[in-house]
Design a protein around this ligand. Structure first.
Ligand SMILES: *Cc1c(COP(=O)(O)O)cnc(C)c1O
Length: 232
């Protein structure tokens, strides 16, 4: 039996391959994350059955209920804004944290991960647009932040993440994706000890093809897989 979710995933993979071809990239270097906020475990399992191995959640309380129900045979990534007092829950649930945007948060993640003998993969979230309403470190601060985070024993810096301002035209996202890639290249050139700058987490339902053209290695897709979310 094929499900709507499986059909959606097949369509997205085709679009990913076409975008990669346009950019002369190997599609194997681009991972599809299914963003499952507000999606119930049964429908998440349909995505896993259709080949999804990477899931993203935004809210700690929701993740605490759903991740144990779905299981940890897949990789779970935390992509939402994280308060320091919630860190104690996330270090056992998630393998990757995409939303590290300040040293205080990184220090707490490393400390708590250490208590469980874990090393978490982290991305530094960048506020490329500079909008006051957006989370993320300022581009001007990222070199120093990456240096400090990399020095923490239980975190491994793997790259950068961003979320451009909302727009109904995906081309409007392109300059932000280009800016994130350039920042990644600058950081990679700085060759900070312990910092791998391989990953660019960027692109969602409305703009993932543009993100792939500009170098995304992880795209975070919710609605194109699971349908519109019920409003919260
Ligand atoms: C919700 C969310 C997504 C997925 O958005 P869609 O438009 O549903 O694809 C990706 N990244 C983050 C950080 C999100 O909060």
């Amino acid at each position: 039996m094929t499900t709507q979710i499986a059909d959606n995933i097949r369509t997205i993979r085709n679009r990913m391959a076409a975008a990669a071809a346009r950019a002369g990239r190997d599609p194997a270097g681009i991972r599809l994350m299914a963003v499952s906020k507000t999606v119930e475990p049964e429908r998440i399992r349909q995505a896993i059955d259709a080949g999804i191995g990477l899931l993203g959640e935004n809210y700690v309380q929701e993740a605490r209920e759903k991740i144990p129900a779905v299981g940890q045979a897949v990789q779970w990534h935390m992509i939402g804004h994280l308060q320091t007092n919630k860190v104690k829950y996330v270090v056992t649930l998630f393998d990757w944290i995409h939303s590290v945007d300040r040293l205080e948060l990184a220090q707490e993640l490393s400390r708590r991960a250490g208590q469980h003998g874990r090393v978490l993969n982290v991305l530094i979230e960048i506020n490329v647009s500079g909008e006051a309403s957006k989370n993320g470190a300022r581009p001007a601060d990222v070199l120093e932040l990456a240096r400090q985070v990399a020095a923490l024993p239980n975190l491994s810096v793997r790259g950068l993440m961003t979320m451009p301002p909302y727009s109904d035209d995906p081309e409007n996202s392109r300059p932000y994706f280009v800016a994130l890639r350039r920042l990644r290249d600058e950081l990679a050139a700085a060759a900070l000890p312990g910092v791998a700058m391989a990953e660019l987490s960027m692109g969602m339902t409305d703009d993932f093809e543009v993100a792939i053209e500009e170098g995304a290695t992880i795209i975070r897709v919710g609605r194109a897989i699971f349908g519109e979310r019920r409003s919260t």
